[in-house]
Design a protein around this ligand. Structure first.
Ligand SMILES: [Zn+2]
Length: 421
């Protein structure tokens, strides 16, 4: 009896010891865990460190890091200029950290000597028809097929394109110009090509290949442009075509042509339903002919057309005309339409999209014709541009110009602006 009681007491003691042990382990575990939780990670001072070292050091913290590069006279190349999270601030995985990194000292002297000027002028060339004939076959000067040069020979058009290229011009999309996205390599100048009226010689289709793709006449404007695309891959060949109700006047191919254009780097815009003179019709008719054409383009292309209108006859000539506001906004078929830009029939190059005077709702164009260097023909326009043209620094996010242009730069531009003396 006695022995058995002693045994029971011993068993009780062992169980109690085990229980106490568990409680102690539990308390220690809790304590350690609590300490872990309280251990905060604080941001280091990264300023002045090399970006490669920084990326290595912070890798484990799994931050959402973005970088931005800037020229700096004070901070050496590849070193951090600033950090969006201050040093000493607690960080957690997923936090956004933006680092500004130095590109080193900018050689402003070189920019100046190379004539870089992103406040210079941009030519928007206005073409209509391109006819498959040589210059000697016309009775007018320099490849003009008609007296005013609205239609030009293939020979003259090829010569124009070669001239633009050799003089350092590179094509950009009209929509990119309007949006201030001038992506042209260092030292080169942007140029924009426009075609009005949807003449069938803009893009003449001769048939379909075995896959059902359109076959384009090599002697129509797009045929010539496509040849230049192959010849000079850095030419960025593009153009915008402003069409009327007849589109390219090739009923069996019109829709295929529109799709081909927007799928191959070209743009399409509005030239009103019937090439209407917008200062000679009523306000409701204006909405009818402008809205109709947007509606038609949308029904074929969805959203892949440009909300840009080329004003037939360049009319109205001024923005005070009562119909002008319906060029930009109106209603047709129960739907509202909007033009983000309108093009006039002009005579001189337009200003840079970074100029305070830039007005995309009333842009001037240069007539692409020949008049022996007079009356704002191609030769005269490009002579005028020699000292005033836009010359790119090759960086789409940075604007470079002379300090003498400081007053004409848009003040709230969302790009870095660099001035040289
Ligand atoms: Zn027209």
């Amino acid at each position: 009896m006695k022995r058995s009681k002693k045994k029971k007491v011993n068993l009780f003691k062992v169980l109690l010891a085990i229980l106490i042990l568990f409680v102690i382990i539990f308390i220690i575990f809790k304590l350690i865990n609590g300490i872990e939780k309280d251990k905060k990670i604080l941001m280091d001072n990264l300023v002045g460190m090399n970006i490669n070292q920084v990326m290595n050091d912070i890798e484990d913290y799994k931050l959402d890091v973005s970088t931005e590069y800037k020229y700096s006279d004070e901070v050496e190349k590849d070193l951090v200029i600033s950090q969006s999270i201050d040093s000493g601030v607690e960080i957690n995985s997923g936090d956004k950290l933006n680092l500004v990194i130095s590109l080193g000292k900018l050689d402003k002297e070189k920019l100046k000597n190379d004539g870089i000027n992103e406040l210079g002028k941009v030519p928007i060339m206005m073409y209509h028809g391109i006819k498959n004939m040589t210059n000697s076959e016309t009775k007018y000067t320099g490849g003009n097929v008609d007296k005013d040069g609205y239609t030009r020979t293939v020979e003259a058009f090829k010569k124009d394109l070669e001239f633009y290229y050799q003089n350092g011009y590179r094509m950009i999309k009209l929509s990119d110009y309007i949006n201030g996205k001038i992506d042209v390599e260092y030292g080169k100048s942007p140029i924009i090509l426009t075609f009005d009226d949807g003449n069938d010689n803009n893009i003449k289709v001769t048939g379909l290949d075995s896959d059902g793709n359109i076959i384009i006449d090599k002697n129509s404007a797009v045929g010539v442009l496509e040849e230049f695309k192959k010849k000079y891959p850095d030419y960025n060949v593009t153009a915008i075509f402003f069409v009327n109700n007849g589109i390219f006047n090739q009923p069996e191919y019109n829709e295929k042509i529109l799709h081909w254009l927007v799928d191959n780097g070209y743009e399409v815009g509005n030239h009103t339903k019937n090439h209407d003179n917008l200062s000679k019709i009523s306000t409701s008719q204006t909405q009818e002919v402008v809205g109709y054409m947007y509606d038609k383009l949308e029904s074929i292309l969805g959203s892949k057309y440009q909300k840009i209108i080329a004003l037939p006859f360049g009319s109205p000539y001024n923005k005070t005309h009562e119909n002008y506001k319906y060029v930009l906004n109106g209603e047709y078929n129960g739907k509202e339409y909007e033009s983000v830009a309108s093009l006039r029939v002009g005579w001189e190059p337009e200003v840079s999209p970074f100029n305070k005077d830039f007005d995309k709702t009333f842009l001037k164009r240069c007539r692409a014709y020949d008049n022996n260097g007079k009356d704002f023909d191609i030769e005269m326009v490009f002579r005028m541009l020699e000292k005033t043209r836009y010359i790119s620094d090759g960086d789409i996010d940075r604007i470079v110009t002379s300090v003498s242009n400081k007053d004409i730069v848009i003040s709230d531009l969302d790009k870095e602006v660099i001035y040289y003396e």
